[in-house]
Design a protein around this ligand. Structure first.
Ligand SMILES: Cc1cc2nc3c(=O)[nH]c(=O)nc-3n(C[C@H](O)[C@H](O)[C@H](O)COP(=O)(O)OP(=O)(O)OC[C@H]3O[C@@H](n4cnc5c(N)ncnc54)[C@H](O)[C@@H]3O)c2cc1C
Length: 431
């Protein structure tokens, strides 16, 4: 039988933005629920596991959250659908339930942009943040030779995690030019904490104007071919971690009808106003679903959204200067690590673009758009529902990514059946 619950404020995502939003709103006494699909709060940056020690600030936030008696944290739970206005259908390993909310804050974060290149489906190839997450969860990499590639500061963070776990990082291949990276480094002086952090992450194998061309191996990664300025080189390695920056997780916002930033080359994000309110009444958004820009920006936005959602306008306004400061950092990041158009040439005709449905690049390259490709090749119709190939084809071919449909994630039959019942039927299947 479907359970029906309600709360004053529902927060989806317990990363820095979601935690900050809950802590800002909690003193109001509102009944708050946070839902997150990870086992514990922390989001992408503050992950627990045998290979990770949480920073003190993250531990404090978690303890503060646990001490709030009016905040209920539902970990390991995911949003499946929005069956009616102000209601979400949720599922965890045990049950499905509908949760009615008065105000909603979307803090769904970001994921990595993965671009297809020959060999990218071989075991041993992961995203850069993906490898970092695996290491934090206990993946043993000691003694392995690892190449990190793609774009953005996450490459340095991933390489640092790999080295700390005993791997040998042979190369960090950054696609941005030396001028762009040097410009970013100079600008970092405006955010001294970030500049200091960058120094600790410096690595002798860091190269600019460098990108992956192909990965080779018999059954798993054995070597990688890299473009390094004007020349091509091959490195023998055991793993390659490759991520081309971050993409805001906008699917739930889109499903709820929230307006997106224009499709102008930059990844699309949820549009918010000064109070972090989206275009939909009672729906706010904070953190990387509104554009990528780091945990500090996510924390500032989360605080503003949390206060605003419970009507504390003055308290929300106090965090505006902080947000301005970190928004400038985000803009600098986006400018400096913009992807070079030559990366559109990465896939070959037989490179799989949709790895869920085994669809090669040749099968979609001539299509007129996403719907055409889907109809003729099943591209995007697998388990990830276009989360990976939709973003890749947007970059490679300029297609607008698929509009999300329910269920947002693969769900149990029982959960889908729960969608058919409403609170007025009290979950009785006979109604
Ligand atoms: C793989 C990866 C690794 C990263 N590592 C670092 C790093 O080492 N250092 C760094 O500075 N930055 C890192 N980042 C960037 C990082 O995302 C941000 O700096 C910061 O964590 C953003 O905070 P946030 O609260 O906006 O989102 P996130 O931290 O991404 O938190 C969002 C949370 O919402 C959950 N969620 C999303 N959708 C749903 C849904 N429908 N139902 C339930 N739960 C949902 C997610 O699982 C996640 O727990 C990483 C990003 C990624 C993608």
């Amino acid at each position: 039988m479907t359970a029906f619950e309600s709360c004053d404020l529902l927060i989806i995502g317990a990363g820095p933005a979601g935690m900050a939003a809950a802590l800002a709103a909690a003193p109001s006494g509102a009944a708050i629920t946070i839902v997150d699909d990870n086992p514990v709060p922390g989001g992408q940056i503050w992950r627990d596991g045998p290979g990770a020690a949480l920073p003190a600030a993250a531990r404090r936030l978690r303890e503060q959250l646990a001490a709030c008696t009016n905040v209920r944290v539902c970990s390991g739970a995911r949003v499946v659908a929005a069956p009616q206005s102000h209601t979400l259908l949720l599922e965890d390993t045990e049950r499905a339930w509908q949760l009615q909310w008065k105000k909603l804050i979307l803090c769904t974060g970001a994921r990595e942009l993965l671009l297809p290149f020959p060999g990218w489906t071989l075991p041993g190839v992961t995203g850069a943040g993906g490898l970092q997450a695996l290491i934090k969860s206990g993946l043993p990499v000691a003694g392995e030779r690892i190449v990190v590639a793609g774009s953005g500061p996450l490459l340095l963070a991933a390489a640092a995690s790999a080295r700390k776990a005993g791997a040998k990082v042979l190369r960090i291949a950054e696609q941005a030019s030396a001028a762009a990276v040097a410009g970013f480094a100079v600008q970092l002086l405006r955010w001294p904490g970030k500049a200091a952090q960058a120094l600790t992450l410096a690595h002798p194998g860091y190269r600019t104007s460098s990108h992956v061309l192909a990965v080779q191996g018999d059954g798993r990664v054995e070597s990688v071919r890299l473009q390094q300025g004007g020349r091509v080189l091959q490195l023998d390695c055991d793993r390659i971690a490759c991520g081309f920056g971050l993409l805001p997780n906008i699917q739930l916002g889109q499903l709820l009808g929230c307006r997106l930033t224009p499709d102008s080359g930059q990844p699309q994000a949820l549009v918010v106003d000064a109070w972090q309110a989206t275009s939909q009444a009672d729906v706010y958004a904070a953190g990387e679903c509104t554009g990528f820009g780091g945990s500090e920006r996510a924390l500032a936005q989360g605080q503003i959204a949390g206060h605003a959602a419970v009507g504390e306008i003055n308290a929300a306004q106090k965090h505006w200067p902080e947000r301005v400061r970190w928004q400038a950092f985000a803009q600098q990041l986006q400018r400096s690590f913009a992807l070079h158009p030559k990366l559109k040439k990465l896939p070959q005709a037989d490179t799989l673009v949709c790895r869920c449905e085994d669809v090669p690049y040749a099968a979609v390259a001539g299509a007129s758009g996403w719907a055409d490709a889907k109809l003729h090749s099943r591209c995007g119709m697998g388990a990830c529902q276009g989360r990976v190939c939709g973003a890749a084809t947007q970059f490679l071919l300029g297609w607008a990514p698929p509009v999300p449909r329910i269920p947002l994630v693969p769900a149990r039959i029982g959960t889908l059946a729960a969608m058919a019942t409403g609170p007025d039927t009290k979950g009785d299947p006979a109604h």
